[in-house]
Write a new protein. Structure first.
Length: 528
């Protein structure tokens, strides 16, 4: 059936205007499909949004979620969609991440692993010698994983399988230590290889950003090290919103339509097929297929009408884990009337500028203790923080001479017994107080923006403040993500596909789930 004879408003409706939804829309519209994207809020962006959120600082760009582009750099999405032609410009900090030891000193993660090892040698020569061997194992893991991340996990493309096999052969010396690494804990991987407290803390603070480092399978979190070295980090000039705007520009240029303030109430299913959506205002938008880039739980358990899928399939999505370890992120942004600098004890004599890097603040004890506290429903006294001076590499994001400090709080409780409204003020003070021990200049505060997990859940439409949508564990990857029977974005409803962080290949500023959903949808449209 040709698009001109369908009698529908669109070939494809995309639910969600974050980067995955926009990516899916770009690929489909670029292939000539009629695509309408529906975003519930007033602006596109989702987790890749930024704007002036502090009334007292209207010229400071604030990031309520992500600040870095990492995973998307492992794909061809930016080049495929020619995003640089529609305004996307980035900076690439090096070092990209830096660990700040609370007693003083730092460990910089440079793009060059050898340079990083040399930085580690300032603390421990033995650990510096162990680091390249660790990186070699991680490089092998990344080389084998990347081809599979970009293909259908249920029916992988032969080329992707062959690329993974070639990578396994090329990195065969890494295979033996790889299995205990990915199936074990992040702590065990560090205990096996490193001795100095600062080095151990740096690696665990990196891995701990995605979940407890003491749980089985958390060794996967060390993939972050490989990404820093072999993929690198970029930040959009003008703030993360610029990635979303570039995607939107490409989408519109290809004929796509974006509707904001268009909250979906229900996915319309007729004879077992998705035929469109019903909006909160009561109107209906019809289509031949639907891509849901919202939380899979919302798509399947809240938007599908009763009886659209059988109880067992619905239960598998209903019971997907979302921050089941008890920790969820909060975010703090502080707008300053002057510059932010690192405390004097972190000053370096080698000329390396740390202001532009993402900054890790947490010892191995605080990483472990933070997750133990949140599992009890408590706010940690010493939470794991990832910070950045977002204006350091891009002064355009604030007035001249002024900075913005961004802090991602990896460990706040999902469900504190007293409730977040009662805990909010004390949690904010705890986070701000720890931040002030690492940064100078916070006394020049113009205003701040703090968001708790429950506030993030309400704003983004996710469960338990989970930016991953579904916890990234060994039982929630590949064809098992988000659940058995939903691999590769498929659902039991004909023409309905999933394409969010909760789908393969997973979370982060990635775009790959959206691209894969677009490929699944394009195949469906060719045969239906």
């Amino acid at each position: 059936m040709s698009p001109a004879t369908t009698g529908t408003d669109a070939d494809v409706l995309v639910i969600g205007g974050g980067h995955n939804g926009l990516t899916a829309g770009c690929y489909l519209a670029g292939a000539g499909r009629r695509v309408v994207l529906l975003e519930a809020s007033e602006r596109i962006g989702g987790m890749t949004a930024s704007s002036a959120l502090i009334p007292e600082a209207p010229d400071h760009v604030i990031h309520p979620c992500a600040v870095d582009m990492i995973f998307i750099r492992s794909t061809d999405i930016v080049s495929d969609l020619r995003l640089s032609d529609v305004g996307l410009r980035t900076e690439t900090p090096d070092p990209s991440y830096v660990y700040l030891h609370p007693e003083g000193g730092s460990i910089a993660f440079f793009r060059d692993p050898a340079r990083t090892a040399a930085d580690i040698a300032r603390f421990s020569r033995a650990d510096a010698e162990a680091y390249p061997k660790f990186v070699a194992v991680l490089r092998g893991m990344l080389a084998m994983a990347l081809p599979m991340m970009g293909t259908d996990p249920v029916r992988p493309a032969p080329g992707a399988l062959w690329a993974a096999v070639r990578a396994a052969v090329a990195h065969r010396r890494s295979l033996r230590p790889l299995l205990p690494l990915v199936t074990g804990t992040a702590e065990a991987a560090v205990n096996e290889r490193f001795r100095h407290p600062a080095v151990r803390s740096a690696l665990l603070a990196l891995a701990g950003g995605g979940g407890p480092a003491a749980t089985e399978g958390s060794g996967l979190g060390h993939l972050m090290v490989a990404l820093l070295h072999f993929v690198g980090v970029a930040r959009p000039l003008g703030g993360m919103q610029q990635l979303s705007e570039a995607l939107a520009s490409r989408f519109r240029a290809s004929g796509g339509q974006i509707r904001t303030s268009a909250r979906v109430r229900e996915i319309v299913v007729v004879d077992g097929r998705a035929r469109g959506v019903r909006l909160e205002d009561g109107s209906t938008v019809t289509a031949r297929s639907v891509i849901a880039t919202c939380d899979p739980y919302r798509a399947i358990c809240e938007l599908l009408p009763d009886g659209a899928i059988d109880r067992s399939a619905r239960a598998r999505i209903h019971d997907t884990p979302a921050n089941v370890h008890g920790a969820a992120p909060a975010v703090l942004n502080v707008a300053l009337a002057g510059p932010a600098t690192l405390a004097a004890r972190f000053e370096r004599t080698d000329g390396v500028d740390l202001r532009g890097a993402a900054l890790l603040m947490g010892t191995e004890e605080s990483v472990r203790g933070s997750y133990e506290a949140t599992a009890r429903g408590e706010m940690p006294a010493d939470p794991l923080l990832w910070g950045a001076i977002t204006t350091a590499g891009d002064p355009s994001q604030a007035p001249a001479g002024q900075d913005t400090v961004y802090v991602y709080v990896a460990t706040t409780p999902v469900s504190p017994p007293e409730g977040w409204p009662a805990l909010r003020d004390s949690a904010e003070k705890t986070v701000h107080a720890k931040t002030a021990r690492y940064f100078d200049g916070l006394e020049a505060e113009l205003g701040r923006w703090f968001e708790t997990p429950d506030e993030m859940s309400a704003r983004l439409g996710v469960r338990n403040g989970s930016v991953f949508h579904v916890d990234l564990t060994l039982t929630r990857v590949g064809p098992l993500r988000p659940a058995w029977g939903f691999g590769g974005g498929r659902t039991p409803v004909g023409g309905l596909f999933l394409g969010s962080a909760g789908s393969h290949p997973g979370p982060g500023v990635f775009g790959a789930p959206g691209k894969l959903a677009a490929a699944m949808t394009a195949k469906f449209l060719r045969t239906n």
